[in-house]
Design a protein around this ligand. Structure first.
Ligand code: A2P
Length: 275
């Protein structure tokens, strides 16, 4: 369908709120609910839309003359024909109170430019890539862990995901399982991708905050890897502000320096946006 034809269809569905200029109107392909507070969804990808794995984009709904847009990390890799997102549901959240009700066939708005610091370009070359996340902060890493370029640049890739409850870990568990079984890059990641999930408020195979697990050395012990070394390790951090602050202090203590698109270095951070 051409962009014009697509906009016509959408305008027909919601005649009172035309699609704003310069915004893509995409169709919801699938929705999956994990808990009362977490869901993922996939939408069509505009043909012209390019992004780097790990970036975020502004998402909205065609439900107002001036729709509310929020930053969402793209959870699908840059080669995927569709776009995937992982979201919280906030009962009175300006966007998520509506977004959590989307169904296949509905329209989601997306601004045209993607951006972000959790990209491979913002890191200097290294051997091990640590992707440290809490909650929906896993989203940019869901993209990077499925991108072959990540494995071209790093020998080993470790995804840590910490949530309060076990059910919140399901999205990441399934991603990790599907990655290893993936016909395209399963072989490439074999023995090189490590998924380290912990719950903090329920019993689980592994428990505790990632900060405590780094400080005690248990994370490294469990994985059979040496502690952070600026010569070898590169770190990406995504989650709540508090978690970022505390993990950042730990990696800085290990001698890593913060990088950006303009000045790549040894670690990068980004908060998980929607709250
Ligand atoms: P905890 O249950 O001990 O608070 P939230 O839902 O508040 O964003 O938390 C998501 C996960 O991140 C929870 O498992 C939480 O642990 C953990 N967490 C919260 N704050 C920090 C922090 N400052 N450092 C490390 N982990 C944190």
């Amino acid at each position: 369908m051409t962009q014009a034809a697509r906009q016509e269809t959408d305008a027909a569905a919601a005649p009172e709120f035309p699609i704003p200029a310069g915004v893509h109107a995409e169709k919801v392909i699938s929705v999956r609910h994990y808990t009362d507070f977490l869901f993922s969804f996939r939408i069509t990808r505009p043909q012209s839309f390019r992004f780097r794995s790990g970036e975020f984009v502004m998402i909205g709904l065609p439900n107002a003359a001036k729709p509310v847009f929020r930053a969402y990390s793209i959870a699908s890799p840059s080669w995927d024909e569709e776009l995937e997102f992982f979201s919280i549901k906030v009962p009175d959240g300006p966007l998520t109170q509506h977004l959590q009700k989307i169904k296949p066939g509905d329209t989601v708005l997306m601004r045209q430019k993607s951006t972000g610091t959790l990209v491979l370009d913002a890191l200097t070359p290294g051997k091990r890539l640590w992707m440290i996340s809490t909650g929906t902060g896993i989203a940019p890493f869901a993209s990077l862990m499925r991108d072959p370029e990540t494995y071209e640049k790093f020998d080993e890739v470790i995804l840590t995901h910490t949530c309060r409850e076990v059910a919140e870990l399901t999205y990441g568990e399934e991603l990790a399982r599907n990655l290893v079984e993936d016909p395209l890059i399963g072989e490439l990641v074999q023995g090189r991708f490590f998924h380290y999930a912990t719950a903090t408020r329920e019993p689980y195979a592994r428990t505790g905050r990632i900060t405590a697990l780094i400080e005690s050395g248990k994370l490294f012990e469990d994985l059979g890897m040496p502690p952070f070394d600026p010569a070898i390790d590169r770190v990406m951090i995504c989650g709540s502000m508090d978690m970022i602050r505390d993990v950042k202090a730990l990696v800085e203590k290990a001698g890593l320096k913060e990088g950006s698109n303009a000045a790549p270095a040894e670690f990068v951070v980004e908060r998980a946006f929607v709250d």
